[in-house]
Ligand binder design. Structure first.
Ligand code: ZN
Length: 432
């Protein structure tokens, strides 16, 4: 199915405009939540319903992750943002907790069906069909990760091959012996598998894998990361974005230059993180999302903390869903200002990944004489380190220290990679 057909498929029951459709979906959700959801009853008490315009929608208070965490502490174990009696819920997941206390989230059968449909869209955008054999390099633990992808692939009619409870070599062996055609994993793990395959003499480049779909980290929209994965696997690489608390809300397309929001199921806003105003076209802001179909666990105007560029042009693929070039460009809380320059870990990663000789790396934030400093640790030779330092200076206009460490010293990751070590206030690592 081409992207143009996909668009028709995705939008054939729209009203006269996307905005009219989204306004109706928003009102259905708001009226439901204000009546049946104890968490949103309180938050929506000053909102006059139904809303008539998107400007009125933007008057509704934001939902912050800290509120959801606090709510679960006040009303353990699941909090007030569950709209139905507990007997209606059939799925349990929790957030990874890399940036704080994990959230416990339940889904009803209908909400989980909605999650599945969102993943069907992700798979369709990567042109996956019932002919495919989909391998999921995922632990199948309480982190939502690829559980919904598993359901989506099954719904499409593809053969799903679980890779839980296996080490990397066992997974590679399963991928090759089952002649899997699609691999779902984090970008870091795709690179790690390639490293293991090279060591074991396994030929993944000529395997049946024709595409990889990534989640968990934003790496697949970073050109150098994507190229590294595509050349190691001899396959095309697609991105996807989702959050345990929100849903699988965006996917990349054949053009591969960024992410499309699934606007049939999500309402996206891009705001300035401090002023809270919508950012002008072409500028960067924080993504705020509302999910339309997860009535068992709705989120309205949720501050994702993810920074995106509010594109002024639609994507060339023909899909008119809102497009974010470069995908998720960083986390609002990961951005640091070093000697007047805004730095996201991803922007450093984009440069580091251009050096194919780097097996693994870590970014370290630390204080020196009260000033924030950044250094990069590399598993590479000192010659590569010097060249990287020159490149960082050229691109960022900053001198950033680059040090080499012994091969195999830095941690490897299966799910969310944590390549930032923050030593400013004692030792604390957080997710990229
Ligand atoms: Zn596109």
């Amino acid at each position: 199915m081409s992207q143009a057909e996909l668009y028709v498929y995705s939008t054939n029951d729209y009203e006269t405009s996307l905005e009219a459709y989204q306004l109706r979906k928003a009102n259905e959700l708001l009226l439901f939540a204000a009546q049946f959801n104890d968490f949103y009853k309180v938050k929506l008490k000053d909102t006059h319903l139904p809303i008539r315009t998107m400007a009125e929608f933007r008057q509704i208070p934001f939902t912050h992750k800290s509120e959801l965490v606090q709510d679960q502490q006040n009303r353990p174990p699941y909090g007030a943002n569950h709209s139905y009696p507990q007997a209606s819920y059939v799925r349990y997941h929790q957030t990874s907790g890399t940036t704080g206390r994990p959230l416990r989230i339940l889904d009803t059968k209908e909400s989980w069906e909605w999650w599945t449909d969102c993943w069907v869209e992700v798979l369709r955008s990567a042109l996956v069909t019932k002919e495919d054999r989909v391998f999921l390099a995922f632990s199948f633990g309480p982190f939502i990760g690829f559980w919904a992808a598993y359901e989506g692939a099954k719904k499409l009619g593809a053969l799903v091959i679980p890779g839980g409870g296996q080490n990397s070599l066992e997974r590679l062996t399963s991928i090759l012996s089952n002649q899997a055609t699609v691999l779902l994993c984090t970008p870091s793990y795709a690179l790690h598998l390639a490293e293991v395959a090279a060591k074991e003499g396994l030929d993944i480049k000529n395997s049946q894998i024709r595409c990889l779909i990534h989640a968990g980290e934003p790496g697949a929209s970073i050109p150098a990361v994507r190229e590294a994965i595509e050349s190691a696997w001899g396959a095309k690489c697609y991105d996807h974005a989702g959050m345990t608390e929100m849903g699988a809300y965006a996917f990349s397309c054949v053009e591969q230059g960024g992410l499309h929001v699934n606007e049939r199921q999500f309402l996206a806003e891009v705001i300035h993180p401090q002023t809270h105003q919508p950012v002008p076209l072409g500028q960067m802001g924080e993504l705020v999302l509302t999910n339309f179909g997860r009535y068992g666990y709705p989120l309205i105007r949720y501050r994702t903390g993810d920074m995106v560029v509010n594109a002024s042009e639609p994507c060339r693929c023909g899909n008119r869903f809102r497009f974010f070039p470069g995908g998720l460009v960083g986390r609002s809380d990961d951005m640091v200002v070093v000697r007047g320059v805004n730095i996201f870990p991803q922007s450093l990663e984009a440069i580091i990944r251009e050096f194919k000789e780097v097996a693994e790396f870590r970014i370290v934030y630390y204080s020196h004489q009260e000033l924030l400093q950044v250094k990069v640790q590399l598993e590479a030779t000192s010659e590569v380190a010097s060249r990287l330092q020159v490149k960082l200076r050229e691109r960022l206009g900053l001198r950033i220290e680059v040090e080499t460490v012994a091969p195999g010293v830095l941690p490897r990751f299966e799910m969310k990679a944590r390549r930032v070590l923050d030593l400013r206030n004692g030792q604390k690592a957080f997710g990229v």
